[in-house]
Design a protein around this ligand. Structure first.
Ligand SMILES: Nc1nc2c(c(=O)[nH]1)N[C@H]1C(S)=C(S)[C@@H](COP(=O)(O)OP(=O)(O)OC[C@H]3O[C@@H](n4cnc5c(N)ncnc54)[C@H](O)[C@@H]3O)O[C@H]1N2
Ligand code: MOO
Length: 420
């Protein structure tokens, strides 16, 4: 079937459903809420993974001076012209020039300076003969090979010219970028630093391991997942792992921490029943609660609490992780200055037929694999659509995305897959 396959299903414009917002619009709102993190000066060694908030101009050229690419002898190329095993050229050995020598004397005619890799070329020398092409002499040296002008010489500025922009704002600082920043003399860089996040799990039923459970109680797991996901983006995370469904307890758990965090992420207490502690506390107090046209992860809220951005996620564990993928991850990456905030998206052929609610974008946990000779790959679901089915998530390496207009995606049809 491959690319010829079509989805069956009815088309529905989610924007026409009262009170429901599309995934893309909601993602844009959360991204706007988080904004752009301020630029902060950070030691270079702590910048891995962060995005530059400035152009880095080279204060020195790279290399900063002409230097030797080999251990050997700095020579005048015309003096070793024609040298060979049978007709070696003999030169007097002048100075030793190890790397780091700063008082390099010029090269007199008829002389070779012993020079090491990275050491500055002496004035008068225009080539290096590798030690292997000589007898390695200390007072005089026999040179067995000619060396054209420029041979084994690394020219000043051939990598980076002083005064030019070595790295542009918006660059993601990986090992090579941080190496270059150091090489051009920087010890700090202006970068967008990740937010400090307070993660709060609400629910009177929540118990922390290893306390024994009573019937009706469950072990708390959302804060562990969220903290891990947030830390993978570099965030500093503190957690409040279990707040009872009671407005006073919720306030008491969060308000004292607000001055020290940049973002609050809650889970639970946002749907339609009684005891919706997050909704009860924050409705009309800076947070808007919405239904997003997606499954799982429908009930959502976002806004500010005493000026601090708050994102309130639904309580079901799979909804938490899918919401992180759909909203928090792109919004945080954007706040950190990343242009590319999306997971790698590929097309894959479905290994079994899936159904999806009309008018909602469905995210199914899946396992994607490349197939030989296939530019896309194949994907099969892991577990059903239920947002309580966390175990299946641990078997997944991707999310299968079924669009709002899809009610059934047939086995063999192509679907979008977001790779973790
Ligand atoms: N009448 C309606 N009921 C529900 C609706 C609805 O639209 N109308 N939406 C359903 C959907 S979809 C979701 S998702 C949930 C969201 O509910 P809440 O955000 O209020 O979450 P809770 O009820 O507090 O918890 C849901 C579920 O998740 C478990 N949970 C919560 N926190 C944790 C945690 N930290 N660790 C592990 N598990 C957690 C909780 O025990 C519940 O089973 O509402 C539906 N209902
Ligand atoms: O939309 Mo809820 O998050 O599935 O179970």
């Amino acid at each position: 079937m491959g690319g010829d396959a079509v989805f069956t299903g009815t088309v529905m414009d989610v924007r026409r459903v009262a009170g429901v917002i599309s995934v893309d619009d909601y993602r844009a709102q959360v991204t706007e809420l988080l904004g752009r993190r301020p630029a902060v000066s950070v030691p270079v060694q702590d910048c891995a993974g962060l995005v530059l908030a400035e152009d880095v101009t080279a204060s020195v050229s790279l290399p900063p001076f002409d230097n030797s690419a080999m251990d050997g002898y700095a020579v005048r190329s015309d003096e070793v012209a024609g040298a060979s095993e049978d007709a070696p050229v003999q030169l007097r050995v002048g100075e030793d020039i190890p790397a780091g020598r700063v008082d390099v004397p010029p090269l007199p005619p008829g002389t070779a300076h012993r020079i090491m890799t990275g050491a500055p070329m002496p004035d008068g020398a225009d080539a290096v003969v590798m030690v292997e092409r000589t007898d390695g002499g200390r007072d005089t040296v026999r040179v067995y090979a000619e060396s054209a002008s420029g041979t084994h010489v690394r020219r000043a500025g051939e990598d980076v010219a002083r005064g030019t922009v070595a790295l542009t704002a918006g660059t993601v600082c990986g090992p090579a970028q941080l190496g270059l920043a150091s090489a051009v003399g920087r010890d700090t860089l202006a970068v967008h630093t990740p937010p400090r996040v307070l993660v709060v799990s609400t629910g009177t039923e929540l118990v922390l391991p290893p306390e024994p459970l009573e019937h009706g109680q469950i072990y708390e797991s959302n804060s562990i997942m969220l903290a891990a996901a947030l830390r993978s983006l570099g965030c500093t995370v503190t957690t409040v792992r279990s707040v009872a469904d009671d407005v006073d307890s919720f306030r008491a758990a969060i308000e004292p921490a607000l001055p020290d965090v940049d973002l609050v992420v809650t889970s639970g207490g946002v749907s339609a029943g009684a005891y919706e502690v997050v909704k009860d506390t924050l409705t009309g107090a800076g947070v808007t609660f919405t239904k997003v046209a997606m499954q799982p992860g429908g009930p959502q809220g976002h806004g500010t609490w005493d000026g601090v951005p708050v994102v309130t996620l639904p309580g079901n564990p799979v909804s938490v992780l899918v919401s992180f993928e759909a909203f928090l991850r792109p919004a945080i990456l954007s706040s950190l200055g990343h242009d590319d905030v999306d997971r790698t998206r590929v097309r894959a052929r479905l290994l079994e037929t899936l159904s999806s609610p009309s008018g909602k974008r469905q995210f199914r946990r899946g396992f994607y694999s490349r197939t030989d000779g296939d530019v896309t790959g194949v994907v099969g679901p892991r577990g059903g659509p239920g947002s309580h089915l966390l175990a299946a998530f641990t078997q997944a390496n991707c999310l299968i995305v079924l669009g709002e207009d899809v009610t059934e995606a047939a086995q063999g049809s192509e679907v979008d897959v977001l790779l973790f």
